[in-house]
Design a protein around this ligand. Structure first.
Ligand SMILES: [Zn+2]
Ligand SMILES: [Zn+2]
Length: 136
């Protein structure tokens, strides 16, 4: 959206407004204007809020949450590892926000750790529980 003639930037009264924030309608000059990935214009305050909200895709959140839960319930570790890999690939190709990189990496590592723990538990159950077969 382009500001009408004569409008001034909310932060710089001496600068003519170049755009209007699509979220709150504040006039912003060229220096203040923040563009998101879809080229919508935001004022710095709204952009900061927007940025915090969209720093990670839902894959990254699922990976991180499932990664933590996967430490106690290892099938979720597989979910975390898969979601982590999906998000890291999407980040690399530019279709996921880069802020999710940390969460996805943590989710992936926790997921792998959960799977490792799960594998140890399964191995112990298989090897250390032969009494089942010794019952008369
Ligand atoms: Zn705004
Ligand atoms: Zn300004």
């Amino acid at each position: 959206m382009v500001a009408s003639d004569g409008a001034r930037c909310a932060a710089h009264p001496s600068a003519p407004a170049a755009e209007v924030c699509v979220r709150c309608g504040t006039f912003v000059c060229r220096a203040c204007r923040c563009l998101d990935i879809k080229s919508d214009s935001y004022c710095p305050a709204c952009y900061a809020r927007l940025d915090r909200r969209s720093t990670a895709s839902k894959f990254a959140f699922i990976a991180a949450v499932a990664g933590f839960l996967g430490l106690g319930c290892f099938p979720l570790g597989l979910v975390a590892a898969v979601c982590g890999v999906i998000d890291l690939v999407r980040i690399a190709s530019g279709s996921s926000p880069t802020g999710g990189k940390m969460l996805s990496t943590v989710g992936l590592l926790l997921g792998l750790a959960g799977l490792g723990l799960g594998a140890i538990l399964v191995a112990q159950n298989l090897g250390g529980n032969p009494s089942r077969f010794d019952l008369p």
